[in-house]
Design a protein around this ligand. Structure first.
Ligand code: EPZ
Length: 418
């Protein structure tokens, strides 16, 4: 078990090159079993979620290995269509493997992924969409048994623009008989990336990034070598680190369009932002004003994956802020840890009422989930004195070398074995 030891109060300067997007790499790795040809996903960050997805592919009988910074997958020998409960529970977003496995094997069995630290995370939208495509589904003893004679294109209307359900539909419809139309699709940049990836394999997908996606089933899919988009949530995390600490940094690799609302909120805090092509420069005095209100929404709204970091930022800013978490039921588990640092936050259901304090003080903290853990690190960087952050396994799921990248920017953060 490791911990971070963080001395707060140092301003940041320098450049951060963002990693490939975790939430693009995961569905791309899942999509690799759609073909028996070789698939290369370039510049995969060595984060725990990616390693877990590679383990899932191996469990299915595929080869999945790092070659330099790339992951090369050969699923020609893949023969199993069953995901063990251990891996499904470890990586609940593996649920979008259902689409790939059904396309490849017409069969799929996964353990019910169940909830996690941020909410119930049902998969009803996934399952009802798969049924529309002709899949017979049985749920018993905590497992989901899926089978179909053939996948048939259908018209599907999603009650909510679920990212995972949209991805599952693309993966299940890409070789289905006929055309599939998805209305009310998720519009995240990672969905557009998946469309680019599938079309590079020979698929016919159009409309990703809008409410309506059309998939025309094709007979076969070839291999591909593909570079995913960069991680907009990692980029936003570093931008907010600089806002909190003060200083000036440049974050490269991410289109400003992909975090437009965050940039708007950071300007509201008093930061200067200069964005050109895939370079975003931020300057902060370190003395911030609170955002009046932040509402998390599906893309292009304010990302729920930046909500915890934004709450940490507002905790040490001047004034007050209301944070509304509209996507997940319990995404405030990090708040008691911020209170140990002197934060003045009251949570009522989906709302967090933040009254900014002059300065947070260091404390001994424990991460409870990926983005909540990142928020604690950001708060510690801006706090008076020294903090410890335990249970780094959550943070390691989504941030490659957080300690190294922050140290390169001038932060005083050490990773210590305990
Ligand atoms: C993806 O999760 C991301 N994960 C999450 O990032 C992100 O927070 C989320 O999208 C929202 O942007 C990956 O891409 C691997 P959803 P996903 O289906 O697909 C409800 C991170 O920190 N819902 O869009 O699971 C659900 O309960 C992670 O990187 C249903 O009701 O999110 C939630 O309230 C955390 N029924 C809302 O939709 C369903 O069948 C959004 O879920 C599916 C979802």
């Amino acid at each position: 078990m490791d911990k971070f030891l963080i001395d707060g109060g140092r301003s940041l300067s320098g450049t951060v090159h963002t990693q490939s997007a975790k939430n693009s790499v995961l569905p791309l790795l899942a999509a690799s079993v759609l073909t028996e040809k070789q698939v290369t996903v370039e510049e995969v960050p060595p984060i725990a979620d990616a390693l877990c997805m590679m383990q899932i592919l191996r469990e299915l009988g595929a080869k999945a290995e790092f070659c330099g910074g790339n992951v090369v997958i050969d699923s020609s020998d893949a023969c199993s269509h069953e995901l063990s409960s251990a891996l499904t529970k470890e990586l609940r977003s593996s649920v979008f493997m259902l689409g790939s496995l059904l396309t490849r094997f017409r069969r799929a069995v996964i353990a019910y992924p169940g909830g996690c630290d941020i909410g119930l995370r049902p998969i009803d939208l996934h399952l009802s969409a798969l049924k529309r495509l002709g899949v017979k589904i049985e749920e018993r003893e905590g497992f989901i048994f899926c089978k179909c004679d053939t996948l048939r294109g259908a018209e599907i209307a999603l009650d909510f623009p679920s990212v995972g359900a949209t991805e599952n539909i693309l993966l299940a419809a890409v070789k289905a008989e006929g055309k599939t139309l998805v209305h009310g699709a998720a519009k995240e940049p990672e969905i557009v990336d998946l469309q680019r990836f599938l079309n590079a394999m020979g698929a016919k997908v159009r409309g990703a990034g809008t409410d309506d996606i059309e998939i025309e089933g094709v007979k076969s899919l070839g291999g591909v070598c593909f570079r995913p988009i960069k991680d907009r949530i990692e980029a936003g995390t570093y931008l907010m680190a600089c806002a909190i600490c003060g200083g000036e940094i440049e974050v490269t690799g991410v289109s400003p369009e992909n975090i437009r609302l965050l940039l708007h909120k950071l300007r509201e805090n008093g930061c200067k932002i200069h964005a050109k092509n895939d370079k975003i420069r931020i300057y902060s005095s370190g003395r911030l004003k609170c955002n009046r209100r932040i509402e998390t929404m599906p893309f292009p709204g304010f990302p729920t994956d930046l909500q915890a970091q934004a709450t940490a930022l507002n905790s040490g800013a001047e004034g007050g802020a209301v944070i509304a978490e509209n996507l997940f039921e319990t995404r405030y588990k990090y708040v008691p840890e911020l209170r140990r640092m002197g934060a003045d936050i009251e949570v009522k259901g989906r709302l967090a009422f933040v009254r900014g304090v002059k300065r947070l003080h260091g404390a001994s903290l424990t991460a409870g989930d990926l983005r909540g853990g990142a928020a604690l690190v950001l708060a510690a960087l801006g706090a008076e004195g020294t903090s410890e952050v335990f249970d780094l396994s959550h943070i390691d799921r989504g941030y490659a070398d957080l300690q190294g990248k922050l140290t390169a920017l001038g932060a005083r953060i050490k990773r210590i074995r305990v």
